[in-house]
Ligand binder design. Structure first.
Ligand code: UD1
Length: 355
């Protein structure tokens, strides 16, 4: 069985890591890796391949940044030749980025079977590019690999239950393994931040939070006024837009630094007293690592994190100063994201349904 992973953006490299390792455990499985080039900065791409033991991609589409239409269209036009060259049994599309939707459309048009990893998540916010990408990909896919029961329920409501399989979350596999590997390392923080005192870790990159200058200014002002130091891991999109609008990323309580590599990110989340974010993956990583989170969005796809108050939605930043650092809930979290073996179930599903 030959499958082709198509990835392009940072969270997809994190999901690819455990899939690479799982695929290596099975005889007769050939894994082709295609990098669309959506993320090209070394800190968003190369360091993830290095740290997660992912081999160099078999094909690199070199697409880079652009509007949604240009970026997605460029990927689509490059994919035909790659599919023709490698002739996979499956294309595996990951998550919800423009690279996901392009992989999905390319596969079905070339009559290659399509599987969607992290299927079934919905924000029900039709303004989000990620929501468009999820819906397109789920409805085109032959096999829906679902991380949560909530995802299974969403797919059932859209008439897709017969193609859906609950496998658990592959980000849990890699997060838990990395947690154990970095537990004794010192967290990598700016010199001004004392790791023995409470501090928060922040990331902001969603279009809804960064593209409108007034919205971005309000978020940065709230972080600068926080009662504890806030380490802002600044995505290039945020850096570019803050510069364009003349907004500073380091002031008051706020200290901006470059994005962290995956193991250092996990270590920093473990050390932080709170996380502030609009990232989907980070909300869930913080939950798994036991750090309370405040999410700067009106909704979340990972609704299980809201149970018991591990995660609080604060889109208007009304509560941020009160909740940014708060005690962790004490109840049993259960295992809403699986047991850390989702990636093996993914490979078994691809093998079982290849025929
Ligand atoms: C993308 C995904 C988002 C995901 C995020 C993780 C889409 C629609 N969005 O958002 O779901 O959460 O990745 O990081 O696919 N840039 C660089 N260097 C890079 C990549 C981007 O400087 O390597 C800058 C460029 O100014 C670019 C902007 O960031 O225009 C946005 O990049 P893009 O890939 O369009 O989306 P992300 O915001 O990274």
């Amino acid at each position: 069985m030959k499958f082709m992973s198509v990835v392009g953006a940072r969270p997809q490299f994190v999901k690819l890591g455990p899939i690479v390792r799982a695929a290596q455990q099975y005889d007769g499985v050939e894994h082709v890796i295609v990098h669309t080039g959506q993320h090209y900065d070394p800190l968003l791409s190369d360091v993830f391949f290095r740290d997660l033991g992912i081999p160099a991609p078999d094909a690199h589409l070199g697409v880079g940044s652009g509007t949604h239409g240009r970026q997605t269209g460029a990927m689509l036009s490059e994919m035909d030749a790659v599919l023709e060259k490698y002739q996979p049994d499956w294309v595996l599309a990951y998550g919800d980025t423009n690279s996901t939707a392009a992989a999905a459309m390319a596969a079905v048009k070339m009559h290659v079977k399509l599987a969607h990893l992290e299927s079934g998540l919905r924000s029900f916010n039709r303004r989000m590019p990620e929501e468009h990408n999820r819906i397109i990909t789920d409805h085109l896919s032959d096999l829906l690999l679902v991380p949560t029961q909530v995802g299974m329920d969403n797919l059932a409501k859209e008439g897709l239950a017969h193609r859906a399989l609950l496998v658990g979350d592959v980000m849990t596999d890699v997060c838990l393994a990395t947690r154990d590997a970095v537990a004794d390392d010192a967290p990598q923080l700016p010199a001004q931040v004392d790791p023995s005192q409470p501090f928060a870790l922040a990331t902001i990159h969603r279009a809804d939070n960064t593209d409108d200058p007034d919205r971005l200014r309000a978020i940065l002002e709230a972080l600068k006024a926080a009662p504890v130091p806030v380490v802002l891991l600044a995505h290039p999109r945020l850096v570019a837009l803050a510069k364009k609008h003349g907004l500073s990323l380091s002031n008051g309580s706020l200290f901006a630094v470059e994005p962290l590599a995956y193991p250092q990110m996990v270590r920093a989340v473990m050390a932080a007293s709170g996380v502030v974010t609009d990232s989907g993956g980070l909300q869930k990583e913080a939950f798994l690592l036991g750090t309370p989170t405040t999410t700067i969005r009106t909704e979340t796809e990972w609704t299980e994190t809201l149970d018991d108050g591990w995660n609080i939605l604060d889109p208007e930043l009304a509560q941020l100063s009160d909740v940014i650092v708060r005690p962790a809930p004490t109840g049993d979290q259960g295992q809403p994201y699986g047991d850390g073996k989702a990636s093996e179930r993914v490979i078994e599903a691809l093998l079982n349904f290849a025929g």
